[in-house]
Design a protein around this ligand. Structure first.
Ligand code: SF4
Length: 364
């Protein structure tokens, strides 16, 4: 992504956060014909945020966009490609307060779908000890425009350099599972959801978007009320004493509270809540853990996704052996619980679950 123009102004609106009616309001204020709003939005939807590349708009409007808005809130610093097709993108932020801070997003292609995993914070406010992102501290929340811009940049990259080997070459699904706790950034996440699902925007159905949270229960309720997208919970233990350590937000919102909240979450037809469970050797993979998990799950509405621990430099945790993971899954299945073992993607480029950690010190 090309950087447009650096500005010292902190509060410029970001082009990627505007919908059709916002743009129509701007065109009116700038005495431009109304149809220009749709032209600009069409470029944005293709992943083109640099007005210099918007071929069918006049120079005067290009200049106006460049001086009045932050057109490109991110710039691509690095792209790494895995042998399995997964691409990891490292972006630096352009906004003055977080200028140069870096975030990561991942594109995971399959035959029939392309999923983008996006970040919602620089670092993370929480501190789950097995998570690489959690070790890097918290620098700030991403704006709605910065969250949407990750998706747009990936769309643009896929047009520029398509996938090979019959892998899907567009964004069909979004998961908020990158850096950060999405629901600790409600403003950015709710704002970005509205843009991503907008009829004039990318038109992604709520059934194709998943927000993953460590279990902030009041925020889950608000998400269900405003944008009832798919929900994933970083559970990792169904025993309060263990979860207090693995997912420290459990001390504030313990399992009983989470249970009530999940039972009340509005699910789309034939959709389920995913309970994410990273299996850690000797920590949460014992018989008592299995029994507690089987008691916690509501099989009518929830599936368990068992995740292989992806090691990162400096961690003392070890993943459960593959065979034991399969046995853990089989035991849940024998209790009538739908359980899957997630295949790790992009491990060779540190793009797998829990491995994202951009250098938040930043670049200039
Ligand atoms: S697991 Fe999620 S909530 Fe916990 S530290 Fe990592 S990014 Fe933050």
């Amino acid at each position: 992504m090309t950087q447009t123009r650096k500005t010292a102004t902190a509060d410029l609106a970001q082009l990627s956060a505007l919908n059709l009616s916002d743009l129509q309001g701007l065109m009116e204020a700038w005495m431009q014909p109304k149809f220009r709003a749709k032209q600009v939005l069409d470029w944005c939807n293709k992943g083109i945020l640099n007005p210099a590349l918007m071929k069918n708009i006049p120079d005067a409007l290009r200049d106006r966009l460049l001086t009045s808005l932050m057109c490109e809130p991110l710039r691509l610093i690095r792209r790494e490609c895995s042998t399995d097709g997964t691409r990891k993108y490292v972006f630096a932020l352009n906004r003055p307060r977080l200028a140069g801070k870096m975030i990561e997003a991942v594109f995971i292609p399959e035959e029939k779908r392309g999923t983008v995993c996006i970040s919602s914070q620089v670092g993370c406010v929480l501190d789950c000890p097995f998570c690489h992102t959690g070790t890097q501290g918290f620098e700030g929340n991403l704006s709605a425009g910065e969250i949407v811009a990750q998706v747009l940049a990936i769309k643009a990259d896929l047009r520029h350099e398509p996938m090979t080997d019959d892998l899907h070459n567009d964004v069909t699904h979004i998961v908020y599972m990158g850096m950060g706790e999405p629901l600790a950034n409600e403003e950015g996440v709710h704002g970005s959801l509205a843009i991503l699902m907008d009829e004039d925007g990318l038109k992604l159905s709520r059934r194709r978007i998943t927000v993953s949270t460590s279990g902030l229960t009041p925020q889950i309720e608000r998400l269900g009320a405003v944008h009832p997208v798919n929900l994933a919970i970083s559970l990792h233990s169904a025993i309060d004493e263990k979860r207090d350590l693995l997912v420290p937000i459990n001390r504030k919102h313990p399992l009983a509270q989470l249970r009530e909240c999940l039972d009340a979450y509005p699910l789309a037809t034939q959709r389920h809540i995913t309970l994410e469970y990273v299996l850690l050797d000797g920590v949460n993979d014992q018989a008592e853990d299995l029994a507690a998990l089987a008691r916690f799950v509501n099989p009518e509405r929830e599936w368990v996704n068992l995740i292989q621990f992806n090691p990162y430099p400096g961690t003392s945790y070890r993943g459960t052996a593959k065979e034991s993971m399969n046995q853990f899954a089989q035991h849940l299945i024998s209790k009538g619980i739908r359980a899957t073992v997630r295949r790790s993607r992009g491990q060779d480029i540190m793009a797998a679950c829990g491995q994202l950690k951009a250098d938040t010190k930043g670049v200039s």
